[in-house]
Design a protein around this ligand. Sequence first.
Ligand code: NAD
Length: 478
Amino acid sequence: MTRITVAKGDGIGPEIMDATLEIILAAGAKLEIDEIEVGEKVYLAGNTAGIATESWETIRRNKVFLKAPITTPQGGGYKSLNVTTRKFLGLYSNVRPCMSLHPFVSTKHPVMDIVIVRENEEDLYAGIEHQQTDEVVQCLKLISRPGCEKIVRYAFEYAKQQNRKKVTCFTKDNIMKQTDGLFHQVFDEIAKEYPEIENEHWIIDIGAAKMAATPEFFDVIVMPNLYGDVLSDVAAQITGSVGLAGSANIGEECSMFEAIHGSAPRRAGQNIANPSGLLQGAIMMLTHIGQTEIAEKIQNAWLKTLEDGLHTYDIFKEGTSKQKLGTKEFAKAVISNLGQKPKILKAVSYATNSPLNLPRYKRKPAAKKELVGVDIFVHWNGSNPNELAAKVKRIESDELKLSMITNRGIKVWPDGFTETFCTDHWRCRFKPFENSSINKSSIIELLKNALNENIDSIKTENLYSFDGKAGYSLGQGQ
Ligand code: NAD
């Protein structure tokens, strides 16, 4: 018996969770269930976190969490509880298998069996955003070495356990040389430890296009958080429906299992949603907690049901499908197939599945870190960068001089182009005069000078070198 936490979530959540629980319990899953309330109802009752303290206690005690989708408002409003849960619990790895069920589920891609391993805790999902000027807002993209090492190793270990042949990495490191550059660098380092598994890297734009056009070319794909979020929806959708894929969120201590899709509010309360995505999540949960035989039995019954042409509306197609079923009826059909195997689709065996036991991250020795300059960001409503340069040069000190100004990353001084469009958000880079060494007081002096000169400094970024290597990007065009 394993004690798990269950949340029925919002929108179609309660319907697909009821269907999923009915199937897995009918299959003999040995579970004790603690149900908690999360999401919209909790927010509306006045809890801004969307979850009560006692519910966190339940999740942390049980360690295994089966969660239906939760509604998160767009633009403003409360933070995503999904992201908060993944990060609070250290669920660094998000595993999303997307497999074609040809010829029973209509797809343009008959041969497709991809697993997307998405980094789950960092990247732009740090959710650290600021408005600094009238015209410009920013979001911090944070990528860490532990984050990269953990997720890349997870992808290779997963490939090894599942007997998969290739791990592909997608990044945009031609543009984001520091952040995506680190992810790619760590991928290359760790790939060397797995010579038996093929590895490759694609720039995300062409990689995504290739994945959408020729998914049969890919096997396991590992990527940073945002790309993995977007592309796992694409991958699931091109197998036939976003409603077909499940997701395992794995951490060192806890785990959470869900569908990859959201709460689809427009489909709620109509008994039409496909419970397959959440069911796939639940099957991954059962293998994770060692109930592999039950997981196998459910997966084979599910495959048989799809093979029988019993389909929910999202995958129903005249000619391919036999009968359009509602959520509840689909669950009943899967239950009546328990113990059976698909005849044409490949029956599964999970005998070798067990949680991956990865080494904990060990912090590397610190590099030699040297302060080599500072970027001072300035809010200024003018339009001629030469005018700003003249103004900002007045705050130079004996140690630091203005070396460059950029606007949205493109160099506008010295030698800017008059064609470049400029906003009110300017980065002024200060570097030391030759032979002068600087420290934090040198920066404070600049900021004081800026105050005296009525220059609206909105933030600073210190420029460091690590073991002699520049830890900051150049200006575009520099
Ligand atoms: P969505 O994934 O909820 O739905 C998009 C569309 O996909 C639906 O309108 C429907 O046509 C189809 N669809 C999705 N799931 C289906 C299913 N099981 N069966 C049949 N069709 C299905 O995306 P959205 O509308 O952009 O998001 C709705 C809400 O869900 C938002 O508040 C969003 O923040 C949230 N969300 C939550 C999670 C999560 O809880 N992990 C994930 C993604 C989105």
